[in-house]
Design a protein around this ligand. Structure first.
Ligand SMILES: Cc1cc2nc3c(=O)[nH]c(=O)nc-3n(C[C@H](O)[C@H](O)[C@H](O)COP(=O)(O)O)c2cc1C
Length: 208
C-alpha cells in the first residue's frame, strides 16, 4: 500500500510538472507571436523603375505595414537613370566622390515630413532601394541621415540585376542616424521582383 501511495505521488507530481512546462511553453510562443503581430511596421522604398517597388508591395502584403515611397523632390527621369551616359544625373552623383557616404550630393526627399512621422510611430522600418554601382543611391543616404532610426529594428532590402546586397547595407548603417539600441538586420537582395512565397519565407525567418 505504502509503495502504491509513493508511486501515486510521483506520478501526480510528474503530471503536474509536465502540465506546468506545457502551459509555460504555450505562453512563451503566444507572447512571441503576439509581439510580432503588434509591431508597427513601415516599409520605405526608393525605386527608379518599379522593381524595388514590387518587392516592397510584397513585403506590405505579408506584414500589413504602412507602405511609403521615398519620393525625390526632383523625380528621376529615364534620362537621369541612364548609367551608360557619362553626363546623366546618376553618373554625376556616382562620380561626385569615391562612395555615396563621402559624397555631398543628397537629393531632396519631397515627402520627408510624412516619412519622419510614420517612422516615429514604428517599431520596424524596412528600407528598400535599387543597387546603384554596388551601393544604395544617394537619396537613401539622405533618408538614413535625416530620419532618426534610433531604437528601431531596421530591415534593409534591395533589388539588382547581378550584384548582391554586398556592403550596401553595412555602408548605409555606418552613415545612419541610429543608436546602440537599433537592431539593424543584415537585409537581403532580390534579383527582380521576388515572388510572394519568397518574401513570406524570408520575413518568417527574421528576428524581431
Ligand atoms: C544608376 C544605376 C546603377 C546600377 N548599378 C547596378 C549594379 O552595380 N549592380 C547591379 O546588379 N545592378 C545595377 N543596376 C540595376 C538595378 O539595380 C536594378 O535594375 C534594380 O532592380 C532597379 O530597381 P528599381 O526598378 O526599383 O529602380 C543599376 C541601375 C542603375 C539605374
Amino acid at each position: 500500500m505504502k509503495e502504491f501511495m509513493k508511486h501515486g505521488v510521483v506520478k501526480a507530481v510528474s503530471v503536474f510538472l509536465v502540465l506546468v512546462m506545457l502551459v509555460s511553453a504555450t505562453n512563451t510562443i503566444g507572447v512571441k507571436v503576439q509581439a510580432k503581430q503588434n509591431n508597427k511596421i513601415v516599409i520605405l522604398y526608393f525605386s527608379g523603375t518599379g522593381t524595388t517597388e514590387g518587392a516592397a508591395k510584397r513585403i506590405k502584403n505579408k506584414t500589413k505595414g504602412k507602405l511609403i515611397a521615398i519620393k525625390a523632390a526632383e523625380p528621376y527621369t529615364e534620362d537621369d537613370l541612364d548609367y551608360g551616359n557619362d553626363d546623366s544625373r546618376v553618373t554625376k552623383e556616382h562620380e561626385s566622390a569615391d562612395s555615396p557616404a563621402e559624397s555631398t550630393i543628397r537629393p531632396e526627399i519631397a515627402n520627408l515630413k510624412a516619412i519622419k512621422k510614420a517612422v516615429k510611430k514604428a517599431d520596424v522600418v524596412y528600407i528598400g532601394y535599387p543597387i546603384w554601382w554596388g551601393e544604395a543611391p544617394h537619396i537613401v543616404y539622405n533618408l538614413v541621415e535625416s530620419v532618426s532610426l534610433k531604437g528601431k529594428t531596421v530591415v534593409p532590402f534591395c533589388t539588382s540585376i547581378s550584384s548582391g546586397l554586398g556592403d550596401s547595407s553595412e555602408n548605409l548603417k555606418a552613415d545612419a542616424n541610429i543608436s546602440s539600441k537599433t537592431n539593424w538586420l543584415e537585409g537581403r537582395n532580390f534579383y527582380d521582383i521576388p515572388s510572394q512565397k519568397t518574401v513570406n519565407k524570408w520575413i518568417n525567418g527574421l528576428e524581431y
